[in-house]
Design a protein around this ligand. Structure first.
Ligand code: SF4
Length: 438
């Protein structure tokens, strides 16, 4: 019987959300059940992100504030996993004396044993990489959990080595899960009531391909669409250079594939894109956007943009602004560049002042805000099909997401959770839409 409680704190991307589910599953084997709060927990785990320097600093800040908790609860075990753990390893144990264990991104399967050692008073770190096929056997099945939506990891790692990105160093090389296992996993999720799956990976387009034309991912989408009960398919993240013709055809032919794509462009300037080692040009990116729109005219596109990459001129930054307008992103996630250890860009001279970077970021955010408002307002008066996911913002409200991944709040019964509805959109807010079932 489970008696001990673990509170898992997740930082960063959806991959980490998915990994936290796997951590929770692995810890059940060690006698721990998940707790939504840290109060009363016997163990706390920080599943971390190091994609930006700020995210990493935040983890150290949180770890040091945990000293206060240990005064009240001296038996509390503290563990760190994820990308910061992978990057720092034993250094974390040295820097944070009250930390009990550190596990890397490839070591989730070792957690029960590490926890046993920590319970016995040992301080342990395990961050070895497993970059061969055997890593596939370490993906726990993901057919647990509740809800109508499910993240399903289809691959891990990345072989792209964008010059600013730490992922290949902390997540390792690309490994894809086996096709048949994935389909079994999704079938069993559908049997348990899941209606929408999001296929996750650092670069989903190269799922199963390792260098061929990328049709492995398109085949996966088509096979998932055949599964009874699955109504919607999403995926993230996709590298623009690897968007293949078979994938674009899916947008034309597979009704269950949602009308949204997250297509991180990072910069609108060819020189900066080249320095970033992104493998496409602005024109090449726009050409893929045009083909996606030809295949699925109502597709909504979101993106990531880095502001203030070393040496980015004002003109090159303006290229990013003009690209945002030209594509008409419904949302962008933009960040000020921060050098990450081991990456090529970390060696570049960064001559842009911090004040200038912040000023550029604010201009970009203002532009995106107006664009988002314009696109969301254009939806007022339309009927959008949503999958109802749960309780909405206010009392009596439920919420769902449109195919284009817009959140819609509306008055309705929780009995509708898991069903597709077509509310009339009556109001657009900055972060969501308001709908009515009439
Ligand atoms: S594609 Fe580039 S940015 Fe994305 S995870 Fe791989 S190296 Fe990082």
């Amino acid at each position: 019987m489970l008696q001990k409680k673990v509170h898992i704190m997740t930082y960063g991307c959806q991959m980490n959300v998915s990994d936290s589910e796997k951590i929770s599953t692995a810890l059940r084997g060690a006698g721990y059940e998940s707790s939504p709060t840290i109060d009363g927990a016997d163990m706390v785990i920080l599943n971390t992100c190091s994609i930006r320097a700020k995210a990493e600093e935040k983890i150290y800040g949180i770890l040091f504030t945990m000293k206060g908790r240990l005064k009240k609860n001296p038996g509390l075990l503290i563990g760190v996993g994820g990308c910061v753990a992978q990057q720092e390893g034993e250094r974390l144990l040295k820097k944070v004396p009250h930390l009990n264990f550190v596990f890397g991104t490839h070591n989730l399967h070792l957690l029960p044993e590490m926890v046993r050692q920590a319970e016995a008073g040992k301080r342990v770190a395990e961050t070895s990489f497993i970059d061969d096929e055997s890593r596939l056997d370490l993906f726990p099945m993901q057919s647990e959990g509740s809800g109508v939506t499910r993240f399903v990891t289809i691959m891990q790692g990345c072989d792209n080595f964008c010059s600013y990105c730490i992922v290949p160093y902390v997540r390792g090389r690309e490994v894809s899960r086996r096709f048949s296992e994935l389909l079994d996993d999704i079938r069993s999720a559908a049997d348990s009531g899941v209606r929408e799956v999001t296929l996750l990976g650092q670069n989903v387009n190269s799922y199963g391909s390792k260098g061929d034309d990328g049709s492995g991912f398109a085949s996966l989408i088509r096979d998932v669409a055949e599964i009874d009960g699955i109504e919607r398919i999403r995926f993230m993240t996709s590298h623009p250079k690897d968007i293949s013709a078979p994938l674009i055809e899916c947008y034309a032919e597979v009704r269950k594939l949602c009308s949204h794509i997250h297509l991180p462009v990072q910069s609108g300037s060819d020189r900066v894109l080249q320095m970033m080692n992104r493998g496409y040009t602005r024109a090449g990116y726009l050409e893929k956007v045009a083909r996606l729109r030809a295949a699925r005219p109502d597709i909504l596109i979101t993106s990531d943009i880095i502001v203030g990459f070393p040496g980015e001129t004002e003109e090159e930054f303006s290229d990013s602004l003009s690209l945002i307008e030209e594509v008409g992103y419904v949302d962008t996630f933009s960040f000020i560049y921060s050098p990450r250890p081991e990456t090529k860009a970390a060696a570049l001279h960064d001559s842009i002042e911090s004040r200038e970077k912040h000023e550029r970021l604010n201009r970009l955010l203002a532009l995106q805000k107006s664009l988002t408002a314009r696109i969301q307002s254009s939806m007022v008066g339309e009927r959008l099909e949503i999958l109802v996911e749960g309780k909405g913002r206010d009392d009596g409200q439920i919420f769902g997401r449109s195919s284009g991944s817009r959140i819609v709040n509306l008055q309705g019964s929780l009995d509708l959770v898991g069903t597709l509805q077509k509310p009339l959109i009556v109001k657009a807010m900055q972060n969501c839409l308001l709908g009515e079932l009439t």
